[in-house]
Each structure stands twice: as structure tokens, then as C-alpha cells.
Design a protein around this ligand. Structure first.
Ligand SMILES: *Cc1c(COP(=O)(O)O)cnc(C)c1O
Length: 420
């Protein structure tokens, strides 16, 4: 093929990749399909089916209700592993429970309750929809002012915009560490410091960051965070989310859903809600045990690889994608829609093209490349470092340029699907 980086360069990167062998730790049913959507749903770890079989047959089938004696602490146990291996938090500061949206609601409400004199919530106007809706609901229910900070679709929120908005009425700032569309990476330490100086708390959404970029919740002074386990952490469709509350806040904050899993001496079944003093007070109810169990083998792979090495490979994958996009795709009407260099973003990147939706569909249907479309006109490419080869990025962008150059997408329907 003419021009640009040769495939041999990608082959050399694969040969030198210290994480190359981790690909075998995942189920890959069709090696010809290039999966660049691990930031939406991570691949199935090879160890997961057997572990789930055990939990189902021995735990559920054999142990029945007696198995809860062990299962009951799995949310806390997995939380501690996430704290240590992924989130840079201290033991007892992270727990796995509920969904990201629900945890966001719980922690935002808890933070607002603890700041009675303040009436403003700040968020990024381009944040992930569920975050915007949850905050809109909270603001309406409580008569608070929700300020949606204008941010650049491709570049993320300018810290100066945040600084200017942080007045003495702000109770809470909600931000994604990695933007779901552009991948823009925020500076956690700087934002925490800005907010602290203004007397506001920050609630971080780490959904697109956890398992992709190093996160240092304790060292950066972060107070609150939530995030998904089914993206870069490969916990499986709908696997429960995590939440983090800084130790010093455990007794200061109370979440709004007073369920029995947060109760002191849960099985004493006491008359009044009296939550434990630890992170357990942010739990509500019986976890979806099978989905929770699937996080265990998934996390083992991430722990073994280490987030630092995952990030190092992610940066190289990103650099290759950027270079190929410039060489091959810019002449075909694509424009980068993510910060550069890759150090300024998480592990995914977006490209702008007016026909992004139809191109995305064509790539999957005719070229065996799975990535995704994000409104209004972005093709989002997420090469998850644990199982994506450099040659796959090369091949995927090669197939993409072919689809675009041939106009193959023009015969596809323009209407969006139910799920994009
Ligand atoms: C993926 C994602 C979510 C998902 O929320 P659910 O409650 O799991 O549906 C939330 N926030 C962000 C920023 C995300 O990227």
C-alpha cells in the first residue's frame, strides 16, 4: 500500500510488546474481527466462564443460601483489590456495588446533604448523558442551580472555565476523568486542588479511565469517585460498578438509599437505620452475585499486567493510530476529534467525519472492524491495550481508509440503530 507507516513497523511493535501474551488471556472467537470497542464492553477473560461455572454449580447449586457467608463480603474484597491495583486508594475506601449511575446519585446526594449552605452544582456540559441526567434530577428535586460548563467537544473542559465558575456557592463538581467521546484526560490533582480552595467537593467518574490510565485517588486528595467495571476492566455486561469515598469522609457523609447492606449488625434486623462507620455505609442491597463474581478473574489479568504497563502500551497504540489517521484518513475527510499527543487522553480516540455513522456500520458489516459511533459525527476507536495488537490498529485503519475511499458506506441506511 502506498504512503505512510508500513505494516512492518506495527509488526515490530507487536514483537517488542511486553503485554503481547496477555491477548491469550481473553476469549477471541474470530481472530479476523478487530475489536476496537473495549472501552464500551471489554472482552471476555478466558478464566471467567470456568469461575462462573464454579460459582453457579458449587456456590449456588451446592452451597445454596449458605454461600452468602462468603459472598457477602465480595463487594468489599473486590473494592480493596481495585483500590490497590487500579485506583490508587487505601484499603477500605472502595466498594463494588450497584451501577455507575446509581453510585453517582448516591455520592452526589451525600455530598450535597453535607453542604447545606451551598446551592450550585457544576458539571461539564459534554459529560456522559447519565451523569447529566442524574445531576439534573438532583438539582430539580432539591431546588439547586446546575451549571453546565461549556467545554470543547474534542479538547475537554478548560481548567480556567472551571476556575472561573468556582464561587462560594458551589457545593459539588462532577467530572469524568476521561471524556467518553474525545478521550480528553483531566488533571485530577489540579482539579481537586482548585475545588478544595473554593470549598467544593469533586465527584469523579472514572468509567473510561479505570484500567486504562493510572489513577491516584489518595495521592491527589480525591474525595469521591465512581466508575464502571465492564469497560477496560472486562467485568462483563452490566457488571456492578465501584464507588470510592475518602476515609476521612466516611462518617461525615450519608447516602440517600437506606438499605440493609449499610446497616450496623445487618442481621440483628434492628428497628432503625444505623449505618456502619466504614465504606460499607454506601452499600444498599444484595449484589448481583454472578456479575460481581465475574469481576474477580477480570481484575486478576489487569493486576498481573499492571496499569503502568497497560498505559505505556496504550500510549504507543494511540501514537500509531494518530500517525495512520494523519497519513491515510485526513485526505479522505477525517479530522482528529481528540487531544494530542495521546498523553492528553485516555486509551480511546475519536475521528470526525460527516458520515461517521454509516462508515461505522460498514466497517462492522463488511470489514470486520468493530468500533463505535458517538453523536453527532464521531467514530470512536478504543484499542484496549491488554488484547489489541499494533497490527490490528494498522489493519483496522487500513480497512477504514478502504471503506471510506470506495464510498462503500453510501449504500447503507442513514438512520441510527437502537444501540450505537
Ligand atoms: C459508561 C459510562 C457510564 C455507564 O453508566 P451505567 O450506570 O453503567 O449505565 C457512566 N458514566 C460514564 C462517564 C460512562 O462512560
Amino acid at each position: 500500500m502506498e504512503g505512510g507507516i508500513s505494516r512492518a513497523v506495527a509488526e515490530e511493535l507487536d514483537a517488542a510488546d511486553p503485554l503481547a501474551a496477555f491477548r491469550e488471556r481473553f476469549v477471541i472467537t474470530d481472530p479476523e474481527t478487530i475489536y476496537l470497542d473495549g472501552n464500551s464492553l471489554g472482552r471476555l477473560p478466558a478464566a471467567t466462564p470456568e469461575l462462573l461455572r464454579e460459582v453457579v454449580e458449587e456456590g449456588w447449586g451446592g452451597g445454596l443460601v449458605r454461600s452468602w457467608g462468603d459472598w457477602i463480603d465480595w463487594g468489599a474484597r473486590l473494592g480493596d483489590r481495585l483500590a490497590e491495583g487500579v485506583l490508587g486508594a487505601r484499603p477500605g475506601e472502595v466498594v463494588v456495588s450497584d451501577s455507575t449511575s446509581v453510585n453517582l446519585y448516591k455520592l452526589a446526594a451525600a455530598a450535597l446533604d453535607a453542604a447545606p449552605g451551598r446551592g450550585t452544582v457544576l458539571m461539564d456540559a459534554e459529560d456522559f448523558p447519565t451523569n447529566r441526567y442524574v445531576l439534573q434530577g438532583l438539582a430539580e428535586q432539591r431546588g439547586l442551580r446546575l451549571r453546565r460548563l461549556a467545554s470543547d467537544l474534542d479538547g475537554g473542559l478548560d481548567p480556567e472555565v472551571l476556575r472561573a465558575a468556582l464561587d462560594g456557592d458551589v457545593a459539588l463538581v462532577v467530572l469524568s476523568l476521561v471524556s467518553y467521546r474525545s478521550g480528553a484526560l483531566a488533571d485530577m490533582a489540579a482539579v481537586n486542588a482548585l475545588a478544595r480552595a473554593a470549598g467544593a467537593r469533586v465527584l469523579w467518574d472514572l468509567s473510561h479511565a479505570a484500567g486504562a490510565v493510572p489513577v491516584e485517588l489518595a495521592a491527589t486528595g480525591a474525595e469521591l469517585a465512581v466508575g464502571c467495571t465492564y469497560k477496560y476492566l472486562n467485568g462483563g455486561p452490566g457488571s456492578p460498578a465501584f464507588l470510592y469515598v475518602r476515609r476521612e469522609l466516611h462518617e461525615v457523609l450519608r447516602q440517600p438509599v437506606w438499605g440493609w447492606f449499610g446497616q450496623r449488625e445487618q442481621f440483628a434486623m434492628g428497628p432503625e437505620y444505623d449505618p456502619v462507620a466504614s465504606i460499607g455505609r454506601f452499600l444498599v442491597s444484595t449484589p448481583p452475585l454472578l456479575s460481581l463474581a465475574a469481576i474477580d478473574p477480570a481484575l486478576a489479568v489487569v493486576e498481573e499486567a499492571g496499569v503502568a504497563r497497560i498505559r505505556a502500551k496504550g500510549l504507543l497504540l494511540g501514537r500509531l493510530a494518530d500517525a495512520l489517521a494523519d497519513d491515510w484518513l485526513a485526505p479522505l475527510g477525517f479530522r482528529p476529534a481528540s487531544p494530542r499527543p495521546p498523553e492528553l487522553r485516555g486509551s480511546h480516540l475519536s475521528l470526525h467525519h460527516p458520515e461517521a455513522w454509516r462508515i461505522c456500520q460498514t466497517l462492522a458489516a463488511e470489514a470486520k472492524v468493530v468500533c463505535d459511533y458517538r453523536t453527532p459525527d464521531r467514530l470512536r476507536i478504543g484499542p484496549s491495550p491488554l488484547y489489541t495488537r499494533f497490527t490490528e490498529v494498522w489493519d483496522a485503519l487500513d480497512r477504514l481508509r478502504e471503506v471510506a475511499a470506495r464510498g462503500a458506506y453510501l449504500s447503507r441506511p442513514p438512520g441510527l440503530a437502537r444501540v450505537t
